[in-house]
Design a protein around this ligand. Sequence first.
Ligand SMILES: [Zn+2]
Length: 243
Amino acid sequence: MNFTCPYCNHVTTITDPNKYNLWEKVAIKQDNTNYDHDIGVGFLVIACPNQDCKELTITSRLTGSKAVYNPVGKDYIVQDASTLFREWRLVPDTDAKPQPSYIPTQLVQDYTEACKIRDLSPKASATLARRCLQGMIRDFHGIKDKKSLYDEIDALKGVIPTSEWDALDSLRSIGNIGAHMEKDVDLIIDVTSEEANTLIAFIEYLFKQWYVKRHDDEENLRAVKAIAGIKKAQKKPAPEKAE
Ligand SMILES: [Zn+2]
């Protein structure tokens, strides 16, 4: 099975030594539940194969359950039917992607919290995400003294690449996020979890485009300067001319 580790973002194929699946038929009669199937519950535990990570991801599932004829033993075996009713990620308890330590802590905290409550409370999630977005524009681009997030996005026109600005501008056309952008970012507005998700995806994109890119550029420049320094030191002085 394909797997992207939520801790280290490593994309890999999980094989048996790194996964454990526990599943059991629930011994409650179908008539006593709201489901039109017999049901089962299970846990899937995955250990990240990246040697620098090895973190556990645990998912719980509520599925259908059915008896399947087993021609070898000539009996019926109960199986996890393919019907998946519900699925919960238990560990880690957020979909937030790990962010590097050079991004300001307050921004990463707002982003992580926004991811954590996205499905539980899209309204609260979007509020945190808007605050995070505003914090990024202020911190990274030094934009101050603007009345609203709407004006702050306006102030970025011509400062950031057109494609980035167009993307930010498009946020202003999304349902209630756009409709209330002139208001204070701390105002709680009614949004769907899809809208909250769009904001979160934006923040991840801008973390990468702004902070990570700047950091990588600085690192590359430092490496180039270090190489240039070594070359300069190695350069021998020209031999003195004999009189
Ligand atoms: Zn990992």
